[in-house]
Design a protein around this ligand. Sequence first.
Ligand SMILES: [Zn+2]
Ligand SMILES: [Zn+2]
Length: 259
Amino acid sequence: MSKIGVTVLASGSNGNCTVVHCGEQAVMIDCGISLRTLRRRMKEEALEESWVKAILITHEHTDHIQGARTAAEHLGVPIYATAKCAEVLRNKFDFGVMTMITACSDFALSGFNVRAFPVSHDAVDTVGYLLSRESVKVGVATDLGQTNQMTHFQLRDCNTLVLESNYDINMLAASSRPWMLKTRILGPAGHLSNADNAKFLPAVVTRNTRNVVLAHISGDCNTYDIAERTARTALRDLARDDIFLTCGRRDAPIPTVWC
Ligand SMILES: [Zn+2]
Ligand SMILES: [Zn+2]
């Protein structure tokens, strides 16, 4: 059985981009970084541009899409988005033809089985993605207002899970952000905190879980260290010190995790 690599090239409010790959076939999830940064980071992680066969979009917030059009043109690959998301991308961001996808309807792409699933983040139609191949499953959910039965169901039993851990509640409360923004982040359609992440992990981690990558970590309301310690404690409580735990970064790609 061939291994699936997950390479988080960028993660955070200034840009998100993840590549899921197997052999010479790869799918990109979001591209919120410039083409120049994308090319440099792919090279650093030994990802060939020719492997990428498509860019899947989670939602239209700029930290997920600002480099997508240029990257798709450069790589010569289609962009996949839900119909509502595609409409915003066309009307507001001048995207061209896209391939429409429907949430919870599986499709085959570049040797992967792909499923988008709805999450409660405050864009027009935000989705997370599951990519599987044979019995290996990867889940990517970087902007989650809150977890619910849908996210529990979809993200359970992933071999590699990329999961939001956006803010530390105390740091958010003490930050100078406007009250309206704090309310949005805290709300059911905002972001997932370290504590939310830690509470969610026991519901989705199974004996098949090998890697957890913490994602979308805030630069001013969180630290990599606090996010990692919180998740580590949750995994330790499950007696799962064997799970590889790491943080996606804003400023650099992180080495590929394999499952
Ligand atoms: Zn985001
Ligand atoms: Zn967002």
